[in-house]
Design a protein around this ligand. Sequence first.
Ligand code: KIV
Ligand code: ZN
Length: 523
Amino acid sequence: MTTQKDHVLIFDTTLRDGEQSPGATMSHSEKLEIAELLDDMGVDIIEAGFPIASEGDFQAVTEIAKRARNAVICGLSRANFKDIDRCWEAVRHAEKPRIHTFIGTSPLHRAIPNLDKDQMAERIHDTVTHARNLCDNVQWSPMDATRTEWDYLCRVVEIAIKAGATTINIPDTVGYTAPRESADLIRRLIAEVPGANEVIFATHCHNDLGMATANALAAVEGGARQIECTINGLGERAGNTALEEVVMAMKVRGDIMPFETGIQTQKLMHISRRVSTVSGFAVQYNKAIVGKNAFAHESGIHQDGMLKNAETFEIMRPEDIGLSETNIVMGKHSGRAALRSKLKELGFDLADNQLNDVFVRFKALADRKKEVFEDDLIALMRDQETGEEYDRIKVKFLRVICGTEAPQSADLTLSIDGKDQQTTAQGDGPVDATFNAVKALFPHDARLQLYQVHAVTEGTDAQATVSVRMEEQGRIATGQAADTDTVVASAKAYVNALNRLLVRREKSDPDSDVKQVSYKDAG
Ligand code: KIV
Ligand code: ZN
C-alpha cells in the first residue's frame, strides 16, 4: 500500500542568508554556479540575494533569474517601496519570480525603525500590497516572529495575507525557539488567523542553540509546508537550518514524518563541497550527512558489524547523498578517459580544454603522490577554478629555509602582471616568511582574517588544502589552494585571495560588494 506524502517546499537561502555570514562572500560567477546546482538538484525556491544591498547582489539576482530553469527565484527586500522595486527589477526576469519582503515585528525590532504597532501594521499593509501589485508571488516575513507578542503576530500575519502575501514565513531570527514551541506556533497561526488556509506557511530557523533542524521539522509537523535552509547550514552566527539535514531526515524517517521533497539527494555531497569551497567555510568533520566522518566507521566493533551488514551502523547509504561506495584510487598510469569518468562521478562535467588542463595537473600530482584519491581530485578541481581575471599574481618559485632556530626565510618569485619579481623575506615560521615575501613584492593593506590548513587524505604524502581569507576596507575575499607541500599551498592560497581582492577592488564600483543595508531603513 502506498501512502500519499505531503510535499514540503525547499527554499534555499545559501546565496542570501548564507552569504550574509561574515567572510562567506562569493564572487559573481560562484553565485551563478551555486544557483545552477541548486536549481538542478530540485530546490523549489532559490533566494538569490538582497538586490538593494549592493550592485553585486543586484547583478547576481538578475542573472540567476534569467538563467533559472525550474526554481522560483526570490529576492529579499525590506519594508519600503524602493527596496521592493529594486527587488522586482532583478527577479522579474525569472520565469517564476518571487518578492520576499520583511520587517522586524518583535518589541526589540519595532524599536529600530521607531514605529509603533499601528504604524508598523500600516507599513506592512502598504508594502505587501505594493509587492503584490508587481508580482503574483509574494512572501512576507515578520522578522523575530518567535519573540513577537502572540496577538500582534496574529494581527500582522492577517494583514499580510489580506494584502496579498502568498507565503507567510515565520522566522526564528535568533535561534530562540524549541521544537514543541515551533510546532505549536505554526499550528496555532494556521488555526486562528483568518485566511491562513489560503497561504503556505514557511519556517526559517537559526541555529544559535543547535536546534534549527529540529525546530524546522517540528514546524512542518505543525503545518508549515516550506522550509528555509542553507547548504551546510551556512549563515550568520551559528548558521541556518541545514538543507541536507532536513531533507535526509524526512527521507530516512518517512515512517514518522510522511513528507516528501523534490530534492535529488545524490547531488547533496557535491553541492556541499562546492559551497564549502566558494564560501571558504570548511564543513566540520562530524557534521551530519555531509561531514567527512559521517559515513566513516573506524572502530573495530563498527567495522566488524559493517562487514557483516552495512545497516548495522548505517541508516542511509553513502550513495544516497552522492558518495560513491569505493574511493577508487588513481595513479600515474590512469588515462584521460578514466580521469574524465571519475571527475564526472564526482560531479565535475568538464569540457575538453578544461580536462586537458586538469589532466596535466593530475599527472604532476600523480608523479609526486603514489595514489590519487577522490579527495585529491576534488582538491585539484578547487585549485584550478580561477580564470584569467584572477591570475594577475602567480607563484613561480618558492624555497623556504626552516630549522629549529628562528627566523625562517623564504625565497620567492612571483609573476606580477606577466613580469617576474624575486625577493627573500624572513618570518616567524615558513608560512609567515612566505607571506612577508608576498607583501614585499606586492605591497597591500589587506588584513589576514583566516588561515586554515587541512590534510586532504591520510599519509605523509597527503596534499594540504589551505584556505586564506583577507579583508580590505570591508571587502572580503577567500583563496584556496592544494599542494603536497603545505607552504607552497599556503603561498598559492594567499596569492589567490589577493587576486580575488584585486578583482573586487578594480572591477566593481567602489562599494559594490560591501553590503550597505541597515534594518533601521525599514521605510
Ligand atoms: O532570520 C531572519 O529573520 C531573516 C529574515 C530576513 C527572513 O533572515
Ligand atoms: Zn535568517
